[in-house]
Design a protein around this ligand. Structure first.
Ligand SMILES: [Zn+2]
Ligand SMILES: [Zn+2]
Length: 142
């Protein structure tokens, strides 16, 4: 499969970056940290290996926030767009917010994670797998 470049940016455009496909995964996260960080019902992330990710401009305005013992979230210090998440439990790849991309990546969202932590006012009507538990990626008991 041919690698394709997909560009992304924050809301104000101060931060520009790009990824190269193929990506590793794409899914909707319903955890409370993602919801509060974005002010949204859930957040759609995809992962790429570190070497397929590059920041093209705006490293000086990036702000990092350690949202857990393992996770660091990066946002634009000018406009507040949430951009990336890195986790010391899987240091070889970076999570990127799909909504900030200017074009399509190589896959649609495949899964709901932390679905058991979802906002009770959100209605999900798709047929994607719904996972949860401690890591957000385990089957949820009926
Ligand atoms: Zn910005
Ligand atoms: Zn999350």
């Amino acid at each position: 499969m041919k690698a394709e470049r997909v560009d992304g940016s924050c809301l104000c455009g101060a931060v520009r970056f790009h990824v190269e496909t193929p990506t590793l995964f794409c899914g909707h996260c319903h955890c409370s940290m993602c919801r509060r960080n974005h002010g949204a019902a859930f957040v759609t992330w995809f992962g790429v290996p570190n070497e397929q990710f590059e920041i093209d401009k705006g490293t000086d305005v990036l702000v990092r926030y350690a949202s857990s013992a393992h996770g660091t979230r990066t946002f634009c210090g000018r406009c507040g767009s949430s951009l990336f998440c890195q986790n010391t439990e899987h240091p070889d790849h970076i999570d990127v917010v799909l909504a900030n991309m200017h074009g399509a990546i190589d896959r649609p969202p495949q899964v709901h994670v932390h679905f058991d932590a979802r906002a009770d006012w959100v209605v999900v009507a798709d047929d994607l797998p719904r996972l949860g538990g401690e890591h957000g990626t385990e089957p949820i008991p009926e």
